[in-house]
Design a binder for this molecule. Structure first.
Ligand SMILES: *Cc1c(COP(=O)(O)O)cnc(C)c1O
Length: 396
């Protein structure tokens, strides 16, 4: 190895560290949950995507353990060679039925689903029109496609319409609007009703990445199309099995039959990457059933969300408004967010500070996420810790 490159990498790292942007990983020694064990210490966890608390649910664990015995550990094949079990097709059908689509296709992650959807479905004569705040995997997926690229400021419907007109003026064949269902850094919901109306007026397809919604938002947890009453007006839903739906891993695209069939023939992350492990497929199937029947879990999640939001607001913290279980506590500079995160860690509350480049300069925050796995006592203890840490750090 060239020593010059090692020096280059070391210099990059010192730069990152000098700018206060170094990310470190804290090791947990037990399962994911409302309370986790970090270096022997039990902490209240406010930053997992474990919205319904299914990541360590006994029914999900049992389904995965049974599949391990009946279907084995791994597939050692892509789907079309010898990597499709009954479990994979059952899971695809369950996702499709849950989201009200004809069919669904599995990927190793939603990152791969978003890497597949644009490149496979759109050509150089087409257009993709993307919200500026969309997830990194959508941005990368768009980079992989040859479609013409248009971008609109987040939630700006006037600009979206302008971009649709521009795409028409350039003679684009098909147009696809793509948006996160819930924007994960801010926790707000996309304006899907308006987006669908614009799409219908201009003859565009609508694709929604519903990673932060499927399972816990909308009627029966069917996500932002259900929440916003847009249902079937959304053509394509991409999603993850790595958040609410068990939290293991895996992604999917749910859509009409011809769209899914084309993806199965042509999507590179599907054709050239291994099948989901059988225990993951079986555990995810169990998680979908729990999510669909989980009105009680969704009520607990929303109760926790309201309780935590009200407690922090009453204490004088600056919160972004919203109705999702993502509650960003705005702190301004990166150093303030880091100091708050440390002060909360010392008080047994596990959070993560977010700062540039994940969010804009001066908009550093601690993004808290609620879970049905948290108890009222956990929520109240977390509020107390925020108030004490906030006073110590001069934030409130
Ligand atoms: C988490 C997330 C992804 C990535 O999902 P994985 O299955 O973990 O790859 C993609 N898009 C959005 C909006 C996400 O929040």
């Amino acid at each position: 190895m060239d020593a010059g490159f090692s020096r280059h990498a070391a210099a990059l790292l010192s730069d990152i560290e000098a700018n206060g942007l170094l990310k470190t990983e804290r090791e947990m020694s037990g399962p994911q949950g409302g309370r986790i064990t970090v270096r022997g210490r039990e902490m209240i966890n406010l930053c997992a995507n474990n919205y319904l608390g299914l990541a360590n649910h006994p029914v999900v664990r049992r389904a995965a353990a049974e599949a391990l015995e009946t279907h084995g550990f791994g597939m050692a094949s892509v789907r079309f060679i010898c990597g499709t079990q009954d479990l994979h097709r059952e899971l695809e059908r369950a996702i499709a039925r849950y989201l009200g689509k004809d069919d669904a296709i599995l990927f190793a992650a939603c990152f791969d689903a978003n890497g597949a959807v644009f490149e496979t479905l759109l050509g150089p004569e087409d257009a993709v029109i993307s919200d500026a705040l969309n997830h990194a995997s959508i941005i990368d997926g768009i980079r992989l496609s040859k479609a013409r690229r248009f971008r609109y400021a987040t939630g700006d419907m006037d600009e979206l319409e302008t971009r649709l007109r521009e795409a028409d003026a350039e003679g684009c064949r098909f147009k696809m609007i793509v948006t996160d269902g819930v924007f994960s850094m801010d926790g707000h919901v996309a304006r899907l009703a308006e987006i669908c109306s614009l799409a219908e007026r201009h003859g565009a397809l609508v694709a929604v990445d519903d990673c932060h919604a499927t399972g816990h938002l909308g009627e029966k947890g069917r996500g932002t199309p259900a929440l916003t009453g847009t249902g079937q007006r959304v053509d394509i839903v991409t999603g993850t099995l790595g958040k609410t739906l068990g939290g293991a891993m895996g992604g999917f695209i749910a859509a009409s039959q011809p769209i899914v069939d084309v993806l199965r023939q042509r999507a590179r992350p599907y054709l050239f990457s291994n099948s989901l492990a059988p225990p993951v497929a079986a555990g995810s199937l169990a998680a979908i059933a729990l999510a669909e029947a989980g009105d009680d879990l969704r009520r607990t999640l929303m109760r926790n969300t309201q309780r935590f939001r009200a407690g922090l607001a009453a204490a004088g913290f600056s919160l972004l408004p919203g109705e999702t279980p993502i509650i960003p506590v705005m702190l301004g500079e990166a150093v303030t967010a880091q100091r708050m995160a440390r002060a909360l860690d010392a008080r047994g509350v596990y959070v993560a500070g977010f700062f540039y480049p994940v969010v804009p300069h001066g908009k550093a925050r601690i993004r808290t996420q609620m879970s049905a796995a948290l108890t009222e006592a956990d929520i109240d203890a977390a509020i107390t810790a925020f108030v004490e840490a906030g006073r110590d750090e001069g934030v409130i």
